[in-house]
Design a protein around this ligand. Structure first.
Ligand code: FES
Length: 575
């Protein structure tokens, strides 16, 4: 192709193309690593941003995958350099990985900026790693390709399939209700996560890797391949080969992360019954590319998108079954009339070309449109005097009789207060109560942890209650379910109306009308607002202080104010 770049056009040429004193430093130090000039001269330098770590269980196979990516890069005539980045291990990192999503985004962007890099393979998958890597790579805007970790195999207990998260919530409720022995509980522990890879329910990991796939940021269908499948290793090598070509073609994220591609990704997420976390992450990802995605766009697309993936928590199956049923390409072909098929992916083809010929092999896993789990509204954005800037609910994960509900609030000041009192037999709570959790948002928690699925009080569990209306400014795990109103904005810690709710206040939820209303008079609300006192900052120094000063609210994607947007950043001077 005539517009292919030449070796002298490479960004890394600024480091390696000079024979001055600085060039000497660069050449001699590459030599120190055991490479001769023939290994890298005139070749695209490919950074493999690897979020492997001993503490990240979902990326346990990434050392081997990085070698497979390198094999592909070398085959295609590139020069691979692996660069580790913070692993963001869901489950282990406290208070929440969300506190560090923007840190990984910054690290990714600055790794790519400050080193002699021409293109990048982004290795992630465990929840926040995907949006973080995409955000950083979009902001740096060098050719980049996302290499998803892939879901783990189905969990197993007594011959039953177990799903990450979803079955934890389910069996934890049974254990709290006294229906499960310690021995059985430990056997579930041992069988639920039995291979490398990300959570294999439609949690945040598979939601975001599928979203990246539909966005055109992976090789087509990459997100559905289980981590332990040999096809995943071959995907890694193919990814390595493709990134080298992308460098010569100068195909960059902002060339394909367009408004149409973002709509395709959101539509795919909705058809999958994806995690509510996607709302926060996709807003942040899209805005890095200059696409002004709003939470209301999610609501608008949800009104026309059927939920056709029969995957837990909304459905029955797991990601392994989804792969065997044809995977994401098959699902997208099922809803192709809702997609912009002209959107280009990073393999240079259109979405329409990439899903051509895809077939559904199991109609019970990828459902026909007329048998969709939910015809529309798999996700909804609520507004009202309790959430002026919006809140999010996943109606498909809630008991339907709660979609329109009015009940008295039972208020918890923060997570510790909730943990202390939720099972107190004296707690004034009934199945009609509305549980309210404060100080669980971006600044209040901090980091907006997945605390939004408040537990059902034990005494109600014993009565057979399994779902109630719950409200917070927290997020909820994508593997969780229940009538949980999340991401209330503005959050309570900064004085959002949620801060003003008191025990006994009547709260009304109306999902069809998209309403969330606190039924107290304006005068009373004003009186409470005047009496409200801003809590002291949680951090005096360190990353927490930076986070608190700059994080935006949930409806804005929780990005840092100084990281969003597309303003140009200068290339480093080389002196
Ligand atoms: Fe890593 Fe769920 S814990 S994806």
């Amino acid at each position: 192709m005539s517009n292919r770049r030449k070796p002298d056009d490479l960004r890394s040429h600024r480091w390696f193309g000079q024979s001055d004193m600085r060039g000497f430093g660069h050449h001699s130090r590459v030599a120190q690593m055991g490479y001769s000039r023939a290994d890298y001269e005139g070749k695209p330098v490919i950074a493999i941003i690897n979020t492997w770590s001993d503490i990240n269980q979902c990326h346990a196979h990434f050392r081997q995958r990085a070698e497979e990516v390198k094999r592909g890069v070398l085959q295609a005539g590139g020069f691979p350099l692996e660069m580790p980045a913070i692993a963001l291990a869901e489950v282990f990192q406290k208070p929440t990985t969300m506190l560090y999503r923007n840190l990984l985004a910054m690290e990714t962007e600055e790794l790519l900026r400050s080193y002699p890099v021409d293109g990048a393979v982004l290795m992630g998958g465990c929840d926040k790693t995907t949006p973080a890597l995409l955000m950083g790579a979009i902001s740096m805007n060098l050719p980049a390709i996302f290499m998803p970790a892939g879901p783990m195999l189905r969990g197993d207990w007594r011959g039953q399939f177990l799903g990450s998260g979803s079955d934890v919530w389910k069996y934890w409720a049974e254990k709290r209700a006294g229906n499960l022995t310690d021995e059985q509980w430990h056997a579930i522990e041992d069988g639920i996560a039995r291979s490398p890879g990300t959570c294999m329910t439609m949690g945040t990991a598979s939601t975001m890797t599928s979203g990246a796939d539909a966005l055109g940021f992976t090789l087509p269908g990459a997100s559905s391949i289980p981590a332990a499948d040999s096809r995943h290793g071959r995907l890694a090598a193919e990814t390595g080969r493709r990134i080298v070509d992308m460098v010569w073609e100068d195909l960059k994220p902002r060339d394909f992360v367009t408004a149409a591609a973002v709509d395709n990704a959101v539509t795919a997420i909705l058809a999958l019954g994806g995690s509510t976390n996607a709302v926060v992450h996709m807003v942040a990802v899209a805005r890095r590319a200059g696409v002004p995605l709003s939470i209301d766009r999610f609501d608008a697309l949800a009104r026309r998108t059927p939920l056709v993936a029969n995957i837990r928590p909304a459905g029955k199956y797991l990601m392994e079954d989804f792969f065997y049923a044809g995977g994401l390409r098959a699902l997208l072909s099922e809803i192709s009339d809702l997609l912009d098929l002209s959107a280009r992916a990073l393999n240079g083809r259109t979405l329409g070309e990439n899903i051509a010929g895809a077939e559904v092999f199991n109609r019970d896993v990828i459902l026909p449109r007329d048998k969709a789990l939910v015809a529309q509204d798999s996700l909804a954005v609520l507004r009202g005097n309790l959430a002026p800037d919006g809140a999010v609910i996943k109606p498909a994960a809630a008991e339907q009789h709660l979609w329109q509900h009015k009940g008295p609030a039972v208020v918890f000041a923060d997570y510790n207060d909730m943990a202390k009192r939720i099972d107190d037999p004296a707690l004034n709570v009934t199945k009609d109560s509305v549980l309210v959790l404060k100080h669980a948002g971006p600044q209040g928690a901090p980091g907006m942890p997945e605390w939004g699925q408040l537990p059902i009080p034990k005494k109600l569990l014993a009565q057979g209650v399994r779902d109630m209306v719950r409200i917070s400014d927290a997020r909820m795990s994508g593997t969780a379910y229940g009538c949980c109103i999340l991401h209330v904005a503005p959050e309570s810690f900064i004085g959002g109306p949620l801060a003003l709710v008191q025990d006994g206040d009547l709260v009304e939820l109306d999902v069809p009308a998209r309403k969330l209303v606190l039924h107290i008079g304006d005068d009373e609300l004003a009186r409470r607002r005047a009496a409200w006192k801003k809590p002291p900052p949680r951090y005096e120094r360190g990353f927490g202080a930076l986070y608190q000063q700059h994080v935006k609210q949930a409806d804005q994607g929780c990005d840092f104010d100084f990281l969003e947007g597309t303003a140009p950043t200068p290339e480093p001077e080389i002196h």
